[in-house]
Write a protein that binds this ligand. Sequence first.
Ligand code: GLV
Ligand code: MN
Ligand code: MN
Length: 418
Amino acid sequence: MSDRSAPQIDLDQLMGELHHLATISDCPESPPAVTRVVFTETDLKAREYLRSLYEQVGLVVRVDPIGNTFARWEGQDPTAPAVGTGSHTDAIPHAGMYDGTVGVLGGLEAIRSLMRSGFQPQRSIELVMFTSEEPTRFGVGCTGSRAMSGAMTPAQLTALVDEAGADYDAVRQHAGFTGELSAAQLPADHFHAFVELHIEQGPELEASETPIGIVTAIAAPATVEFLVTGEGGHAGAVLMPRRRDALAAAAEMISSIESLALESDSADLVATVGKVDVHPGAVNSIPSRVGFSLDLRDIDGNNRDRVAEAIAESTDEIATRRGVTVERRMLNCDPPAQCDPTVVNAIARATKQLGIDSCEMISRAYHDSLFMARIAPMGMIFIPCRGGVSHRPDEFSSPEQIANGVQTLAITLAELAS
Ligand code: GLV
Ligand code: MN
Ligand code: MN
């Protein structure tokens, strides 16, 4: 057997590690429901567990000032730009156990399988665990990879605050991550290539019974915060014609957002309001203030922007008609990213070598790779997940599906690092 044909995956070990990581969770139903929010005790415990696994196989661990963690397998040419892989281990509230983790622990198993095969990388291989891919705490996702790629400056990072009013800089320091924020940015030539393994989070691979998806582009995400202000009052005493109910206005706005998304020319456009905060939040009090979030995405960034504009007009009109005010704050509005043909082709060759089917596809979810594409030729390997379900506790990919992904990743890494 050549050092690159069919790497032997220790699936029992990998599945054991995935299940153990899932128990490090703030969700009372854990496992398998996972809640792991960045810079909490739980996040720190998960990081400790990963470090112990990295050290067991002699990877050299480096942690940057915001907690992005690099576990490095030194190549024969340590000065050559490295080949990167990895993903995230933070999890949104009440999530599943495979989102992100398959790319981190699967990346580790890919490296271990190459080590066991006697393969010697020419370039170093670095396994990255990105800080805060999920937007749960600070409203913006991928802060680790944004900082790494220069897509977000230290001042922009510091301007992010959590619900308790603590800013990103203070929270990361409290969690034990210190040093200049600017040091998180990587030199443009740090990575020779970057490849991320992830569950698809959609139904296409399962429906077509294709074991591997080769991503060609990642859709463009935007996040907008809305604040609707009306007038509060007594639920019994204020008659309907006199009301300026912030929640009734917000409800009409949310309904109009759904209609505009459905009417959009693009079948790929998706709009989600996933969070609503009502003030004062009492049964017998008219809501005076409502905040809600909008997550808006399309493969075509221009179409996404056109719909964002239509939503702004429509919510202004609703506010005026109802005598309330609406403020909008764009938290992020990112362009889509293209995968690089060198990585795409390396993944395709890996699947051929393994004799498994693959297809090219778009990633509708965003990933840290969206930002890694700014500093490295980037590619992504998708595996199916049951029913296309993700961001839910019943998220599931089978051990065999995971093994296909890890083997594909191992061969791809070996080619890119040779
Ligand atoms: C990533 O978690 C996404 O929301 O696409
Ligand atoms: Mn996710
Ligand atoms: Mn993810």
